[in-house]
Write a protein that binds this ligand. Structure first.
Ligand code: G6P
Length: 367
């Protein structure tokens, strides 16, 4: 592979803009669009397992955390998840009839590989959700679920994250179908939403840049940023914070919106922007009330929502980024886009080396 930025300034930017294309390819691998079906043939029998374990590091871990919501909600499958460095030592009582998924862009992360070996040693069926199909994790797992993102060069993961999510969403829907926890009609509706995703991503990427650049100039002056979200927007809030700190070196934290009053609210003042990730979903009103608590303490609110959320929110925010209204299952992937671009443009406007941030490695092969 010849690393080539095309007409982009950085690999990270190129990889962000590649997402509609690579997601379409990843989905095409798992979905039969004509029949609105998921065709996952694998050696993991989701219908018979009592629970699922997931282990990963960094951004891949946050993809796993979002997948936990899907496996539990749609497939009624309890999920045990932890960062690989804890998972491998926690002595989790894992039933040997259950299965475990390991999510890794590189397929070489030392702790994730050790978690895989640990689970194999206990008789669990293992699956690897990987980008590098020739990697050690892919070779050693019983089943391989490629994410087909293509080479990711930027150290901060972007397209691998959304491709991991796309693949995990199809696995969760497939599991729901096999376990009989969703009707055929419900499965078709979810698959139809997934099929719409590349098109929506393209439209979002073509339209939000001016808004994001404006906002990035504000963020680049800050010392700390708080990201809030509920439901699947909570892991996404953590991913937003991770992305920003990785490449801009601005301290950032992602919190469950409902936990705001249990600590981080103490940090809020006019110098601490609060980025609220709130699609107009089941949680919207609750998240908005958390947002109002932050605003009442002088917090400057940046609301990332959709058209329905923007119409419903009365709050005078510092800035609102409005995305198209989409089904709940694809919201995490669509809302990833402004989060990635915000981190990217903030770091660029600060003159940071976004593709090679200090102290970080693309793949960590030591414990
Ligand atoms: C490193 C990278 C992160 C990545 C993590 C897990 O810390 O800088 O971007 O999320 O490793 O890597 P993996 O290859 O296992 O997904």
């Amino acid at each position: 592979y010849l690393a080539n930025k095309g007409n982009r300034r950085h690999f990270m930017e190129k990889e962000i803009y590649e997402q509609p294309e690579v997601i379409a390819r990843a989905l095409g691998h798992y979905i039969n669009f004509e029949g609105n079906r998921v065709d996952t043939v694998s050696s993991i029998d989701f219908a018979s397992i009592p629970s699922l374990a997931i282990s990963a590091c960094g951004t891949a871990y946050l993809a796993g955390l979002i997948a936990k919501y899907w496996f539990e909600r749609y497939a009624r499958l309890p999920v045990e998840i932890d960062v690989a460095s804890e998972f491998r030592y926690r002595e989790i009582p894992l039933p040997p009839e259950s299965a475990a998924l390991f999510i890794s862009q590189s397929g070489e992360t030392a702790d994730t590989l050790a978690s895989l070996r640990y689970c194999k040693g206990r008789g669990l069926k293992t699956g690897a959700v990987v980008n590098a199909r020739e990697s050690t994790i892919a070779r050693e797992a019983d089943a391989v679920f490629p994410i087909l993102a293509g080479p990711e060069i930027g150290v901060a993961s972007t397209k691998a994250f959304t491709c991991q999510l796309a693949v995990l969403a199809t696995l969760a829907i497939g599991a729901a179908k096999d376990r009989g926890t969703l009707t055929e009609y419900e499965v078709k509706a979810l698959v139809r939403s997934l099929a719409e995703m590349p098109g929506v991503m393209g439209r979002v990427l073509n339209s939000i840049q001016p808004d994001i650049e404006l906002l990035s100039r504000e963020l680049s002056k800050c010392h700390g940023v708080l990201y809030l979200g509920r439901g699947t927007s909570f892991p996404l809030a953590m991913e937003g914070a991770l992305k920003l700190k990785e490449i801009s070196y601005i301290h950032a934290e992602g919190y469950a919106a409902g936990e705001l009053k249990h600590g981080p609210i103490a940090l809020i003042d006019e110098n601490m922007p609060v980025i609220v990730i709130a699609p107009h979903d089941r949680f919207f009103n609750k998240t908005v009330s958390n947002m109002e608590e932050a605003a009442a303490r002088g917090g400057r609110i940046i609301l990332i929502t959709d058209e329905n959320g923007a119409a419903a929110s009365k709050l005078d925010t510092m800035h609102t980024i409005v995305l198209p209204a989409v089904d709940e299952i694809i919201a995490p992937m669509i809302f990833s886009l402004p989060i990635q671009l915000l981190a990217y443009h903030t770091a660029v406007s600060m003159g940071k080396d976004v593709d090679q941030p200090r102290n970080l490695a693309k793949s960590v092969t030591v414990e």
